[in-house]
Ligand binder design. Sequence first.
Ligand code: SAM
Length: 439
Amino acid sequence: MSATNCRAIAASILTALRNGNGSLTSHLEKYRDLPDYSLLQEISYGSCRWFFQLEQLLQPLLSKPFKAKDRNLESLLIIGLYQLKHLSTPGYAVINETVSAAQFLGKSWGKSLVNAVLRNYLRNQAELERRLEESSLVATSAHPQWIVDALFDQWPDQARQILSNNNSRPPMTLRVNLQHTTRDKVLERLSAAGIAAQAGPLCATSIYLADPCPVKDLPGFSDGQISVQDEASQLVAPLMQLNPGLTVLDACAAPGGKTCHILESERSLTSVTAIDADPRRLLRLTENLQRLGLQANTHCADAKVTEKWWNSESFDRILLDAPCSASGVIRRHPDIKLLRSPANVEALQAEQQQFLLALWPTLKSNGLLLYTTCSIFRAENELIIEAFLQSVPDAKYESIVADWGVECRYGRQLLTGAIDGPDGFFFCLLRKTLPELSP
Ligand SMILES: C[S@@+](CC[C@H](N)C(=O)[O-])C[C@H]1O[C@@H](n2cnc3c(N)ncnc32)[C@H](O)[C@@H]1O
C-alpha cells in the first residue's frame, strides 16, 4: 500500500467514527498486515485524539461548510492538519500525499481544495494557532462539550489535568506473575534486553515500560511470566480478598486480564467462572488462560440472564467489571470522544443497574462483590452503587482503605493519570449481609 492510500484509509476510518460506526480498534484490525500500518495507526489515533481541536482549526480555512456526502474530504483535511501540526514529516510531503489521497476517496475534484487549505494553514499557522488558544475549551482541550461539562461538574479541581492527561499517550504496563518470578528479576531481564522500565508505585506486580514495545520482544511474555495490563486493573485482584477454597465469578471477563490475575494471585481457589457475551473476546480470554497455564470455567452468555449459565451454587466472590463509557481510558481509546454521548451513558447506567440486580442473588451470604468500571463519571460509579444500596436490603457498602485514588461517598476512584500513571478506574466493594437469626 502506498503512503497516499494510507491517508485515504485514515480519512475513511475517521469518517466512519464520526458517523458512529465501529471503533478505532475494529477498523484498524483489518489493516494490520499493511506495510504502512504504523503510519496508519499514528494518523488514525492522532486525528481522533485531536479531532475537536482540528475541527475548530479547519473552520476559518473553509469558505463554506462541507455537504454531508463530502464528509470524507473534510476528514482528509483534518488528517492533513494533524500531520502538519503534530508530525515531523516535512510540510510539502504531507501536502503532496494528502492531496493525492483525495483521488483514492473518489474526490479528484477536491485535490485543489485540499492543496489550498493545507497551504493556507502553513502560511498562517502562527496566527491560526494563536486564535485557537483563545477559543473555547472544546478546542483547546480537544474534547466534546458534554465531556468538558461533565468533568468540570464532577471533578472541578482535577478537570483540567484530566483533559490534558486524556491527550497523552498511554504507558505500556506489565503485570508480573509472582507465582513464577519476582518483579526485580523481570526488571533485570528487561534491562538486560535493553528495555527501559521501572516498578509501578501502586501494585507489587506492576512495571511501567519507558516506551511501548511488541510483546514478542518482552523476555518472559511467551512463557507466562508477564502479561500486559494497566496498573489500575492490577489493583482489582488484591481487593477481592482471595483465599484458598473460594469460588469466584468474573461476570464480564473478556479478554481476561483480571480473570488471569485472580487465578495467578490465589492458586488454591475451588473454581473461577468467567462469563462474557462476546464470543470473539471470550476466545481471547481462552488464549490468555492457555498462555499462562491457568484454568477457568468459561461461558459465552449474557451474565444478566443467570438462568442460562448458573447452576445455583452461590459464589464467595464476584467481580463485576461492568461495560461502561470507558471515560477513564480515553488516552488509550481516543475514539471514545467521537463515539460516546450523554444518551449512551444513560443507557449504560441502566445496564449497570441490571447487572448488579441480576448477579446479587448468585453471591453467598457474607460474600463480596467488587464493582469496577474504567469510567470516571459518577453516574456510572457511585450513583449506581447508591441506587443499588437503596433497593437491596442485604447489600452493605465496605469502604476501600488505600493510599491511592479519591475516596468517594461509595467506592474509590482513580482519575486518569499522565504518561507514568494508571488509567481512570472505579472500585467499590459490597458485602452480602448474613441473614438475621430468628429468635
Ligand atoms: C470492561 S470489559 C471487561 C474487561 C475484562 N474484565 C478484563 O479485565 O479483561 C466489559 C466486558 O463485558 C462484556 N459484556 C457486555 N455485555 C455483557 C453481558 N450482557 N454479559 C456478559 N458480558 C458482557 C463485553 O463483551 C466486555 O468484554
